[in-house]
Design a protein around this ligand. Sequence first.
Ligand code: DAH
Length: 381
Amino acid sequence: MPGCGACASGDATADSQISFSLATAGGKKGLIHMNIMQQDILQQLEQLQQDAQTALILATTTESVRDWYSEYLSRKGRLTAILRNLGNLSAEERPLIGKVANEVKSALEQALQERQAAIAQAELDAIRSAESVDITLPGRPQNLGKLHITTRALRDIYAIFTAMGFQIYDSPEVETDEYNFQLLNMPEGHPARDMWDTFYTTTPGLLLRTHTSPGQIHAMREYAPEPIRVILPGKCYRYEAVDASHESMFYQVEGLAVGKHITFSDLKGVLINFANQMYGEGRKARFRKSYFPFTEPSVEMDIDCVLCGGKGCPVCKYTGWLEMLGAGMVNPHVLQNGGYDPAEFSGFAFGLGPDRIALQKYGIDDIRYFFTNDARLLDRV
Ligand code: DAH
């Protein structure tokens, strides 16, 4: 604060302490010239300054500083009230008092600013320390995700068959009636169609595939007359009454090998090898005669129950055996539909359910768990 006209020193210090003394204020200009009114106002200003300074020291929050401002410096505040009295002074008397008043005002304003800055900083520090992270605390362990059980089963299946020289072949989930049924030896009205409860679309002849077998035709038509070894994994859809072992969407993995001199022994060798790798060495397997329109002869393959070792339990329904897949030698008509001459070529095919394999392998008793999104299921693996 520059030296004020009314005081000898005008010695506001760096921290904005305001000080002027009535005596020195009078001293410079001569107390003799001050009338009672002037002295009174100067006294009021000095009182105001002292009060304001003390009050400001006590104001430690933004709100209390706001209150302080309205009490001392606002238009309704004490300083304005004092200055109103300047009007009662004569034109000669006014400048001296006015000057002092202005200096009081600007010094208080500066003090206010500094106080506000200090409070803002203190509030920020408080927030920082309240919200700060204690880096010495041990971290919370993250839950690692896991692959879905069916995905794991599928990947195991891929690994086993690709090691035996099978390629993985993708084919459509929305199929034509022709591919899903007709080319697989089931013309319209064929009673075997009843084995597959089908979702039809509103487009005539278009349906959701009920099995992966139509993929056999796609693969053969792409590769004929070259020999093929493919597996065809994917989703299938059936209009099922959903229960513990049936879902309206499920996975299948189809297998197909076509070439010259392929025999039923090849089929058995490949599938027994698969069972041993999938469920562990030393599995017992049995083949039962069966019927599928697209294979001749047709079989179903069972393995001894992985849970009870063949003794009988709820999972194998006390038979000691688990049904694993359907298979057979590719029907000559189907070979022909795929573009192969059945006189020269033969082949085997099979269809297995990875969901069912996963249920068996991990002893899960209800396929619906696979789709209810309860992550605890994954801990079973
Ligand atoms: N597609 C048959 C089904 O969904 C499973 C099947 C059986 C596939 C025998 C085959 C096979 O390739 O040879 O029930």
